[in-house]
Design a binder for this molecule. Structure first.
Ligand code: BDR
Ligand code: CA
Length: 310
């Protein structure tokens, strides 16, 4: 089975992305690691425990990671996911036996070493845990099978700052370390904000899923209420973020268009801190470190989401 680590800040779209990953029969999710982002870790432990109970996958080990960025900030929470990250809809208590004592970055280092060359790393939150893991084990990337990251942007289109995407804006230093120092055997597959903005789902999927009434789907419907239903009623599109990175990892055919390029992150700009810098013309003379996805194939992507959530 393909060994997968998911680094996440659950999060409404994180929840759906994780459900997609857990629905793959040929995947073994060997760890879910939590990182400060959409909400604080103290909420994330409840969220992930509830999600794993709903999916009946409480055997999957979960590790708590960094509670703030490398430089110590943790003030970017947008409220899009509610205060608790899952739309503030659940109050029931949940058994958290899957939460381990070991730190997330240490667990990542240990697991990647244990399963040399076999692990697919998927990151759908800020990159703090991974940057710290690189500092603990500089050769981490070379021991991976491959790596998929949801984060950053290609045209300087921001969603929390004028020019920066949330996951990179939360911790630009970590994003910089990961892009420049992870160096997995093949370029990192990067799913930037602009890809997500054009790879939205048709609402029919959402409505069809709503009719099925599966436990998993009911759960996502409940947390979605905070954003998705309002958006549907307002005639907006259903945008997916973290789901794109998991879809790309599940099946390369879901990727419709991409390019390979050297990508880094601006750390100093007054307005542009956290923005991706794309060296289209190779001025920096660095070999491509990323396969940047421009667009997902809507049909294939929708099928994947539908089959995972139903
Ligand atoms: C990213 O920000 C978060 O709010 C989402 O979970 C996703 O990982 C999109 O910019
Ligand atoms: Ca996320």
């Amino acid at each position: 089975k393909r060994k997968v680590i998911i680094d996440t800040d659950p999060g409404i779209d994180d929840a759906k992305a994780i459900i997609m990953a857990l629905a793959q029969p040929d995947w073994e999710v060997i760890a879910i690691t939590l990182v400060n982002g959409n909400c604080k870790i103290k909420h994330q432990v409840n969220n992930i425990a509830r999600l794993l109970h709903v999916c009946e996958r409480t055997e999957i080990p979960v590790y708590k990671g960094s509670e703030c960025s490398l430089l110590g900030n943790y003030d970017l929470q947008t409220g899009h996911h509610g205060v608790d990250g899952f739309g503030d809809v659940f109050t029931y208590d949940v058994n958290k036996s899957m939460i381990r004592d070991e730190n997330a970055s240490i667990a990542i280092v240990d697991l990647v070493k244990k399963y040399q060359g076999e692990v697919t790393l998927i990151t759908i939150g800020p990159l703090t845990n991974i940057a710290m893991a690189i500092r603990l084990a500089p050769s981490l990337g070379s021991q991976l099978k491959d790596c998929f990251i949801m984060g950053g942007n290609i045209h300087g289109h921001g969603n929390v700052k004028p020019c920066a995407e949330f996951n990179f804006a939360c911790d630009p230093e970590s994003a910089h370390i990961v892009l420049n120092e992870l160096r997995p055997p093949s370029p990192i597959t990067l799913v930037p904000l602009e890809c997500c903005n054009v790879s939205h789902l048709n609402w029919d999927i959402y409505k069809r899923l709503g009719k099925i009434g599966s436990k998993k789907n009911n759960f996502t419907q409940q947390i979605d209420r905070y954003t998705a239903r309002e958006k549907m009623e307002a005639g907006e599109r259903m945008i997916v973020y973290d789901e794109c990175a998991v879809a790309a990892a599940i099946d390369g055919n879901t990727i419709e268009d991409y390019f390979e390029v050297y990508v880094t992150v601006e750390l100093n700009g007054q307005y542009t801190r956290g923005q991706c810098v794309i060296d289209y013309e190779m001025y920096l003379k660095k070999s491509p470190n990323c396969k940047v996805i421009k667009k997902m194939s809507q049909k294939k992507f929708e099928e994947l989401i539908f089959h995972s959530l139903k």
